[in-house]
Design a protein around this ligand. Sequence first.
Ligand SMILES: Nc1ncnc2c1ncn2[C@@H]1O[C@H](COP(=O)(O)OP(=O)(O)OP(=O)(O)O)[C@@H](O)[C@H]1O
Ligand SMILES: [Mg+2]
Length: 245
Amino acid sequence: MVALVSTVAYLGLEARSVEVQCQIAPGMPGFHLVGLPDKAVGESRQRVHAALAAMGLALPAKRITINLSPADLPKEGSHYDLPIALSLLAAMGVCDAEQMAEFVAVGELALDGRVIPSPGVLLAALHASGADKGLICPAAQGSEARWAGGIPVLAAPNLLALINHLKGTNVLAEPLPGKAAEPERGPDLRQVKGQETAKRALEIAAAGAHNLLMIGPPGAGKSLLASCLPGILPELSPAEALGIM
Ligand SMILES: Nc1ncnc2c1ncn2[C@@H]1O[C@H](COP(=O)(O)OP(=O)(O)OP(=O)(O)O)[C@@H](O)[C@H]1O
Ligand SMILES: [Mg+2]
């Protein structure tokens, strides 16, 4: 049987779909990783082996082949550890292979089985959202992934917690979207003397997202009124914040 897990390859600011395929077949025991892995991806075998051992799981004494497809696309980075481990666990029958089809997985594994951060989670989350899938990512990056919108995010502190969640024995908490840094406060509308009509126009424009054209003699307070606008605008939703990034 071949177990499949989705992940991504980062190409600049773009995330491309990569499928991790794992086959466990009779033959000379060994663990082979193919599909143009770079040095960091190649070393993933040792980390996955150690992380599984930390959970008390030994690799089957069979020929294990992992293929990163498309095989002609170079794979870089440590975020392949988690999808490789999950494809292996699915092939071993520890995880449900069908359940894996609903997620894109990214994350580096520590030797003790912790899932640790790797760069690019937001890109992976946006990619998962476009493909109508959930995301499995490191716990520390759950709030970053949440910015991508309403997709399910499994932010796993370690491999064991993730398996327990997938089996339904111990559910992981949904991460909350991270807070953006408080913007610097400009002048307050209270500082504007008089100009009641202009202030009302400003409030209506802010509430209804309308455009504004200010006309008046020099020194009438147009620049002052305009600089008060950011202070009364509603907070950006995660999708809006990403749009203007
Ligand atoms: N209604 C007001 N209340 C308080 N301060 C005001 C008011 N109108 C103008 N000012 C003050 O007067 C100065 C000039 O105002 P501002 O620069 O906003 O004018 P402006 O309409 O943008 O002029 P310009 O057309 O030359 O750009 C600023 O220091 C501003 O704080
Ligand atoms: Mg001005």
